[in-house]
Design a protein around this ligand. Structure first.
Ligand code: TEU
Length: 561
């Protein structure tokens, strides 16, 4: 199997991927049943969102036992069968390491809250005085605990108390847990909000009392010390099951492009990859009634160029020159609405815009991540009222904003229909819906979250039978990428940075020059790139300098601007 820099990641949100036991919730045996589908797609690394024991306040990102499988998802034997099955098919499998916080039902927290002198007290962050920090899920980031007369910190839900990484005993417990999974043969970790492990120890207020200044509770003074310790104590001692470098991906919430190499530079001995939030949907509470405008194409291109430049150029810190690091490049994940609904035109140009987005992603520099369902062009779901939503972030924001002011309901629901995380969490659409098979091939039971009604038109089964489907295009593009080292290690240069609707960039390695040209709009456009060379892959057949709506072309050869 390839090194992570030559791989393609596929993120599975287990709750919504495939339900084998008919309880309406996806599970590990469901994933086992789809391993041939995943291997046939051509991806290399499976990233599973959390599968551990959890009360599901935040759908598994609130872990109550790091070494037990959530019973709804199955058993440890199921997990071991899944791991073996993945490896037998040439797939690496990485788990979601959520160690900025645990569940409040974790035994550590149950002990910690028992008394101030409990040995586990300092596994969490308790204070008498609090600051003005806000939770990402509405309300203050501090919860009063009557039993011991102090507040505990929770940057996310009240049921997600932040772990105290200043405590070396806690860190050793985490390292031991990591070894437990790595000894089982897991190929690495995606690391949840990893920059948050070190916070400003003075716990200063956010400036002007406004929420969202990540410089205070992310990238704290000891973050690199902690990650280098994690590397020294754990990561350095393991490889993937087939002997490649361990796969580690930091969720870089709060990390800027010029800080990235400090996390992933070759000589840093911290993480292998990072992914950024610069193009993520802003979703602070007030954004549900005051939505940020979507990124324009020039803004998107500038973000990708900034990160590609930062990770192509070595950085030095304190004189130790470190090689440029690496990123997991993505458009969709479980925390963002469907990329096709954000940037594409699924109603008028479903195939063209889904494959145009795929072309940009899969010819990019960095290790691309495909989010489950994007490979068939799944879209946002037409939710109509607050009860349609499951996500704690949406429901808490509704309680905070609309409950006291019902006149905001329409604005809130219109915005949530654009930005809510639930859109990425509707069940995978395996088949069309029908009265005798209502579960879209996801479940034979009642799905935990609404299945998008457009599963009748957008589903795996229909696209597997169609050589001109989004799925077929993804497979051709994945095949192209896997055999092209210029798309792995080639430099990146934007050829038309200011063009309002065309994204054209080159990837160059030695004598090979790949050019991607995509019309990122629903209007035909004359593109000022006279492109010669053989057409390698496109979602249209003929050569011409005018690009049709959402036309995407990947070419190899020379070009003239
Ligand atoms: O997400 C980090 C995070 O805070 C954002 O991704 C989140 O979506 C928020 O809307 C930003 O405004 C990670 C996990 O990916 C996410 O699913 C969890 O809810 C969160 O951490 C807590 O574990």
């Amino acid at each position: 199997m390839p090194d992570y820099k030559e791989s393609i990641i596929y993120q599975i949100y287990p709750r919504s991927f495939a339900d084998a036991d008919g309880d309406g919730v996806g599970d590990l045996r469901g994933i086992i049943g789809k391993l041939d589908y995943l291997a046939d797609l051509g991806i290399d690394i499976l990233w599973l969102s959390p599968i551990f024991q959890s009360p599901n306040a935040d759908n598994g990102y609130d872990i109550a036992d790091y070494e037990a499988i959530m019973p709804q998802f199955g058993t440890m034997a199921d997990f071991e069968e899944l791991l073996v099955g993945a490896h037998q098919r040439g797939l690496n499998l990485i788990l979601d390491l959520v160690v900025n916080h645990s569940s409040d039902e974790h035994r550590w927290f149950q002990e910690s809250r028992r008394s101030k002198d409990n040995p586990y007290r300092d596994y969490y962050i308790w204070r008498k005085e609090i600051n003005n920090w806000q939770s990402f899920f509405s309300g203050p980031a501090w919860k009063w605990d009557e039993q011991t007369g102090e507040y505990y910190l929770h940057l996310f839900a009240e049921k997600q108390p932040d772990l105290n990484w200043e405590n070396p005993r806690l860190r050793q417990e985490i390292y031991q847990m990591m070894r437990f999974w790595l000894d089982k043969g897991v190929d690495g970790f995606r690391m949840d909000v990893i920059p948050f492990l070190s916070k400003d120890p003075n716990f200063p207020d956010y400036p002007e009392g406004r929420f969202g200044d990540l410089t205070i509770h992310a990238n704290g003074p000891r973050i690199h010390e902690f990650l280098q310790e994690m590397y020294r104590e754990v990561l350095a001692h393991y490889t993937t099951h087939d002997g490649n470098r361990l796969i580690t991906i930091g969720e870089g919430f709060g990390v800027s492009a010029d800080e990235a190499n400090l996390y992933v530079g070759d000589n840093r001995h911290e993480l292998g990859m990072i992914y950024h939030f610069d193009h993520a949907v802003p979703r602070e509470e007030y954004r549900f009634i005051d939505p940020a405008p979507e990124f324009t194409l020039p803004q998107l291109k500038a973000i990708f160029s900034k990160w590609n430049t930062a990770l192509q150029t070595p950085v030095s810190e304190h004189g130790t020159d470190s090689g440029a690091g690496w990123q997991n490049v993505y458009f969709g994940n479980h925390d963002n609405p469907r990329v096709l609904s954000r940037f594409g035109d699924p109603d008028r140009f479903h195939y063209q815009s889904a494959t145009a987005l795929a072309t940009v992603l899969l010819t990019q520099r960095g290790t691309p991540g495909i989010y489950q369902g994007d490979e068939i062009g799944m879209t946002n779901c037409p939710f109509t009222n607050i009860d349609d939503y499951d996500d704690i972030q949406v429901r808490n924001a509704w309680q905070a904003l609309v409950a006291p002011n019902p006149s905001l309901a329409d604005t809130f629901l219109t915005t949530a229909n654009r930005i809510a995380r639930d859109h990425a969490r509707t069940p995978m659409q395996w088949t069309g819906d029908s009265p005798d098979r209502p579960g879209a091939g996801f479940t034979t039971g009642t799905p935990w979250l609404t299945i998008n009604p457009n599963t009748t038109a957008i589903n795996v089964a229909a696209q597997q039978a169609d050589n001109q489907s989004v799925l077929a295009y993804y497979k051709r593009l994945i095949h192209l990428r896997k055999q092209t080292s210029a798309l792995h290690h080639g430099t990146y240069r934007d050829l038309l940075p200011d063009h309002p609707t065309v994204w054209a960039f080159e990837r160059v390695l030695d004598k090979v020059r790949f050019i991607t040209v995509v019309n990122f709009s629903s209007e035909n456009v004359l593109v000022p790139v006279g492109v010669t060379g053989n057409l390698v892959l496109g979602n249209y057949g003929d050569e011409h300098s005018e690009l049709r709506a959402w036309e995407a072309r990947v070419l190899v050869g020379e070009y003239s601007l």
